[in-house]
Design a protein around this ligand. Structure first.
Ligand SMILES: Cc1ncc(COP(=O)(O)O)c(C=O)c1O
Length: 392
């Protein structure tokens, strides 16, 4: 069936192809100057001191959690068994590093309107045992960071952000991803920018940045500055420093082509976000008062990854019927990310976890929700088609 409304289209043009060619011409394919330049521009764009590019958003999440275990600062260091709060709806690799590092995961319900963590439930879920909150900005929508900061108050709880779906979203003029001690991004195809595979971690914290530098590449010292907060002062002997390992790390480096493509994509990002937000205006205008469909409520300025549609209680059709209708009309759609992640019983066997209260909203969107795509080009006709198909 031909697609009349696809989830995503390519964000690439001649510039990205030339960027790839430039890397080919240089004959240097492993992580190098293009990745470094991309990181610098990425950090500048999002107003953060440091950015570290990695091979995916999932790798960014993994390094973010790992770095919390390797910090020397005992006041924030995470240890096995520590409690971390997460929303019950996100992506699988938001959660997996938490399991891999032996954290006790406390799942909290989402808000049915914003689709982000329910702030009232979060308020009562926080206890003396809570060491960190991993916020997820779902489908482009930033969390209410003032409220979350207030809930944390003077307590020693680290805020981390999975911003893999919300590049370019802002809250009170500041970019989502820059509110947590660290924030992660994805540049997988269909995201706001595409390096095809790719991710980033941003932080203002120098020690965490140095840890990230080491654990991105083999846990070695090679990429660390001469004076650094992981190994101290490196020796002047390049032979000795070339294979010196200081942290139990990974190899999740990006390739040089991803960096070169990313530089071109970042230039286009403001335009991409504007188009997405323009499409959203159309979507909201058509659906905000719909009798049977509830759409996502913006907390601040969403970058609108996609458009969620949740079939409400009074609708004369089920989600299944809606999906069939959309599919017949060539409108691609997907579940609202993992839906209620807790339904994945097989993988949960490996977790040390607790469910805080009921997950009624996560359950509801799991069985009644879906999302359609948004793009960096005008898709206003497709959005009109969507309404016609739903009402037809
Ligand atoms: C919330 C969230 N976190 C993490 C990821 C992982 O990103 P990647 O696909 O680049 O590994 C995704 C993927 O879309 C996501 O939606």
């Amino acid at each position: 069936m031909m697609s009349n409304y696809s989830l995503a289209t390519s964000t690439w043009g001649e510039e990205e192809l030339s960027a790839i060619q430039a890397v080919i011409d240089s004959d240097m394919f492993t992580m190098g100057k293009y990745v470094a330049e991309y990181e610098e521009q990425f950090a500048n764009f999002f107003g953060s001191n440091y950015a570290l590019m990695v091979s995916s958003g999932s790798a960014a999440n993994l390094l973010m959690i790992a770095a919390m275990f390797f910090t020397k600062d005992e006041t924030r260091k995470l240890k096995r068994g520590d409690e971390i709060i997460v929303p019950a709806v996100s992506w699988s690799t938001t959660y997996f590093p938490l399991q891999q590092y032996g954290l006790k995961v406390k799942f909290v319900d989402i808000d049915r309107e914003t689709l982000n963590i329910d702030l009232e439930k979060l308020a009562s879920a926080i206890t003396d045992k809570t060491k960190a909150i991993l916020c997820v900005n779902l489908l482009g929508n930033p969390n209410d960071f003032d409220k979350i900061r207030n809930l944390i108050g003077g307590r020693n709880i680290t805020l981390l952000e999975d911003n893999c779906e919300s590049m370019g979203a802002t809250y009170k003029g500041k970019y989502a991803g820059s509110f947590g001690l660290m924030g992660t991004f994805s540049s997988f195809f269909s995201h706001h920018i595409a390096t095809m595979e790719g991710g980033c971690v941003i932080t203002d914290d120098e020690e965490l940045y140095h840890i990230l530098l080491a654990i991105r590449a083999h846990g070695w010292t090679r990429n660390l500055p001469k004076e650094n907060l992981v190994s101290g002062i490196k020796s002047d002997d390049p032979f000795e420093e070339s294979f010196k390992f200081v942290l139990p790390g990974y190899n999740v480096r990006p390739i040089e082509m991803s960096g070169a493509i990313g530089i071109e994509q970042l230039k286009k990002l403001p335009g991409f976000i504007k188009e997405r937000q323009d499409n959203a205006k159309k979507f909201v205008a058509l659906f905000e008062k719909h009798e049977f469909i509830q759409i996502q409520k913006e907390t601040a300025e969403s970058s609108w990854f996609g458009f969620s549609l949740v079939v409400n209680e009074s609708a004369p059709f089920s989600r299944k019927q809606l999906v069939e209708k959309l599919q017949k009309s060539g409108i691609e759609c997907r579940p609202i990310v993992t839906g209620n992640f807790l339904k994945n019983k097989d993988v949960l066997k490996f977790f040390d976890y607790e469910v805080y209260g009921s997950l009624e909203n996560a359950d509801y969107i799991d069985t009644h929700g879906l999302f359609v795509g948004n793009q960096q080009i005008s898709i206003k006709d497709s959005i009109e088609l969507l309404l016609t198909v739903i009402d037809g």
